[in-house]
Structures are given as structure tokens and as C-alpha cells.
Design a protein around this ligand. Structure first.
Ligand SMILES: [Zn+2]
Length: 444
């Protein structure tokens, strides 16, 4: 089951392509896992292309780190702390009984959301299927993983106190999370209450004086070098919204979602949800190669009724548009479907709401569907993501001074965020010769 979920994570979140960094994380993970109670599992440690701050484990030894969490560590020991914690969830066999629920998501994101009330409930959250798929842990599980993490860190000679720094960073990240956003680490590792005291107790119990003498000092510069240049924040190449229009530079299309709707951009779907969360427009790519075949896939479903599509053009592109209704467990759903041929792909747009609300939403949904268009503006096509930039400070100064020197006027991310990724406060003094994370680039 873990293997199947592993494939799904690759598809929905995407693997972050950085061979050297993945090798580094994987080597450290393998080394720690080899000292665990289950050294013979086929352990795998991967980086997912996601800017959220999270790490998670699947049964069977599949462990993932987001590029977002890697950007927040400040030493190899902090990475080791989270690796150890995740290995702990696996070796202690936490939560494996929940994974069978992933079968719910097997139908894919697109239509499954219409048809499965359970998925529809999750639609407004980033990571639709993921919410179900991640292991979810009890308070005791979290403590047990902390303790095991301390043990595995110590096995490799790391000072386990780094785990306390990581907990502090995760706490700050959760606190700073914009209100519209889930604090991701908490979604998969609940119970954020101050664990530092407990961790100190585990360190006491799991280690002795001889260990302390042998702890190696955390490698800060070495770690920072490895994350120098990694993508930071949302990657606009995977889609971004500007002036109310969603742009996808890689696939070269734009679409205008209804105003005030929340847009969730995922690898396999872009989903807009009404403020009341009772209507949605979702864009996916069909695995069929013709408009007719893609439409058949929809209308052939047992729960779907409708007259089928009529051929038309949307902003010059060949398209088929039709109405449909779905009998779901939640009642009757009404919607519009459009299948648009563009760049060797069939784009599939579904807009829908409960039948009784459809009259209210139909016009907004239809104009959104009709707004699908080629992206031709070369500046919009050529956007680049922000990247971590490791700078060596040549004279003593505060972080605020460094920020002002580095960016001149305004940086792409605010000072408090730079402070957070460096585990500092803006007024903290930096001594000459210290490496600091900045973020270079500009957002579209
Ligand atoms: Zn955990």
C-alpha cells in the first residue's frame, strides 16, 4: 500500500528534481534507518516539490520532505531530527490502519470530487487526497516518535538538542501561517503543544555522559551550501494568479476564475471554490486524446446524466460544452462541462454546485469556462521561481541591516520571513563570516 501511495504522491505533489540534495537526504536517512529497529525495510527518502513546511511518512519506509521544510533547516542536525522523527513513525508502526482509505482517492482528483461526498468535503483544502492519505498520529504517537528520533540521532552522533530548535521553527511557521492556509506540519503531526520539555527528558533517558562527549557539532555551513539555490515558495511555473487571472506558464494557458473564489493549484488539477464552499470550477487534463472521447468518459458514468456536448470554439480553440447533473449522496448536483483541445491536450473544465444553487452560480461558472485562453505574453511565460541564496556576511551587522543592504528597497519576501527561515529575529547581530539565507528573484 505504501508503494502505491508513493506513486500517487509523485503524481500529485511532484518530486523536486535535485539529485545532489536528494542523495544527501537519502544517505543520511539510510544511515539513521540502519540503526533503527527495522533496518531491513526498503527505506526511501525523497523531496517533494512543495513549498509547504512538512515531512511525512508512509508505512513501509517511504519518507518525504517538502522542499519547504528543507529551506527552514539550519544544519544537518536539524534535518536529522526530522528524519529521526519520521523513521520513528514507521518503526513504531503508527497509523498504518488508515492507509486503506486512500482507495477513496484512486479514482483521481477530477470527478472523484464530484462523486465522492467525502472528497468534496476536502476540496477547499490544499492536498485533497493527501488529507486522507497521510498517516495521522495521536499525541502518544508524536511523543514516541520524538523519543525514537532522539535515539536515532544519538546513534549517529548528532546532538539531539537540535530537535528542540526544529520544534521552535515549526511553532513559528505555524504561527506565521496565513489564516487561509493550513499549518501543514500540524495537519500530519497534530498536537503542537510545547514538546521541548518532553524531548529534554528523552535526551536524559536515551543518552549518557559518554554520548555527550562524542556529539559532533552540527554542520551549519555545509548544510546551507546544499540548499543554496533551491526553489523557495510557490513555483510560479506551475501556475500563479495575477490581476485575477490564473496563468500557467508551462502549459501556456490562462483562465479567469469567478471573483473572490479561492484557487487551489495542484499538479493534476486547478480548483476554484466559491467563498461559501458550495460551488467549484475545476480544471484537469483528460487522459483521452479527443474532445468526444473525453466527454464520453464523463457522460458514460452511471451517476452522470445530460444531453452530451455541443461543438463550439472558446477563444479560437476547438471545444465541446455541455450540461450535466450528478446524483450524489449529497443530493443532485448541476454543472457545466467543457472539453477544450489545446497543444495536443484535452483540457477538461467542470463547474458545478448543488442543483438548487446552480441558478445562482451558472453564469459565473459559464463565463469562467469561456475565459480559457492561450497564454502568449512572453514575460508571463518566462517567469522564474524565487530561490534560496546563501550569502556570507563580511562584517558584523543585524539581520535587518543585511536585509536592507541586500534588497535595497523591497525584497520579494518580508523581513520577518527571512528572520524565520534563519531562526533569527530581525535585530539579532550577525558576526562576520556567518552564512545567512536570503531569497533572490522577483514574483510575477
Ligand atoms: Zn509526527
Amino acid at each position: 500500500m505504501g508503494r502505491e501511495a508513493d506513486e500517487q504522491i509523485g503524481m500529485t505533489m511532484g518530486i523536486y528534481e535535485n539529485e545532489a540534495l536528494e542523495q544527501y537526504v537519502s544517505d543520511l536517512g539510510e544511515a539513521m534507518a540502519a540503526t533503527s529497529e527495522r533496518p531491513d525495510l526498503p527505506w526511501s527518502f525523497r523531496i517533494v516539490d512543495d513549498d509547504t513546511v512538512n515531512a511525512f511518512a508512509l508505512p513501509g519506509g517511504f519518507i518525504y520532505f517538502t522542499r519547504g521544510i528543507l529551506a527552514h533547516f539550519n544544519s544537518d542536525a536539524e534535518l536529522a531530527a526530522v528524519i529521526g522523527h519520521e523513521i520513528g513513525h514507521v518503526t513504531a508502526r503508527h497509523g498504518t490502519n488508515r492507509l486503506s482509505r486512500m482507495q477513496i482517492t484512486r479514482a483521481g482528483i477530477g470527478l472523484a470530487m464530484v462523486l465522492e461526498p467525502e472528497l468534496q468535503r476536502f476540496a477547499p483544502l490544499a492536498g485533497i487526497g493527501m488529507q486522507l492519505l497521510f498517516l495521522s498520529f495521536s499525541r502518544d504517537d508524536e511523543h514516541e516518535s520524538d523519543r525514537l528520533g532522539v535515539r536515532y540521532m544519538t546513534n549517529l552522533g548528532y546532538d539531539p538538542h537540535a530537535m528542540i530548535d526544529v520544534m521552535e521553527t515549526l511553532r513559528r511557521v505555524s504561527e506565521a501561517a496565513r489564516p487561509t492556509r493550513l499549518p501543514e506540519w500540524l495537519a500530519t503531526h497534530p498536537h503542537p503543544e510545547n514538546r521541548s520539555e518532553e524531548i529534554l527528558r528523552y535526551i536524559e533517558e536515551e543518552t549518557d555522559e559518554t554520548d555527550h562527549a562524542e556529539w559532533r557539532s552540527p554542520e551549519r555551513d555545509g548544510y546551507l551550501r546544499r540548499i543554496d539555490g533551491i526553489v523557495y515558495g510557490p513555483d510560479p511555473r506551475q501556475g500563479y494568479t495575477r490581476n485575477g487571472t490564473f496563468h500557467h506558464p508551462e502549459l501556456r494557458f490562462t483562465i479567469v476564475f469567478p471573483q473572490q473564489w479561492r484557487v487551489v493549484n495542484q499538479r493534476q488539477a486547478v480548483i476554484a471554490v466559491s467563498p461559501e464552499r458550495d460551488a467549484s470550477v475545476q480544471l484537469t487534463i483528460s487522459d483521452e486524446t479527443s474532445i468526444e472521447a473525453a466527454a464520453r468518459q464523463l457522460y458514460d458514468l452511471e451517476q452522470v446524466e445530460g444531453p452530451g456536448i455541443r461543438r463550439t470554439r472558446i477563444n479560437g480553440l476547438s471545444a465541446g460544452v455541455g450540461d450535466f447533473t450528478v446524483r450524489s449522496e449529497q443530493g443532485l448536483i448541476s454543472g457545466t462541462a467543457a472539453f477544450i483541445e489545446y497543444g495536443e491536450r484535452i483540457y477538461q473544465l467542470l463547474g458545478y454546485s448543488a442543483a438548487e444553487a446552480w441558478q445562482h452560480y451558472q453564469q459565473q461558472v459559464d463565463s469562467s469556462v469561456q475565459s480559457f485562453s492561450r497564454l502568449t505574453d512572453s514575460r508571463a511565460v518566462e517567469v522564474e521561481p524565487l530561490r534560496i541564496d546563501i550569502v556570507r556576511v563580511d562584517r558584523a551587522m543585524t539581520l535587518r541591516q543585511l536585509y536592507d543592504d541586500y534588497y535595497g528597497a523591497a525584497g520579494p519576501v518580508p523581513l520577518p520571513e527571512i528572520a524565520l527561515v534563519n531562526q533569527m529575529d530581525p535585530e539579532d547581530q550577525i558576526t562576520a563570516g556567518t552564512s545567512i539565507k536570503m531569497v533572490r528573484g522577483s514574483l510575477p
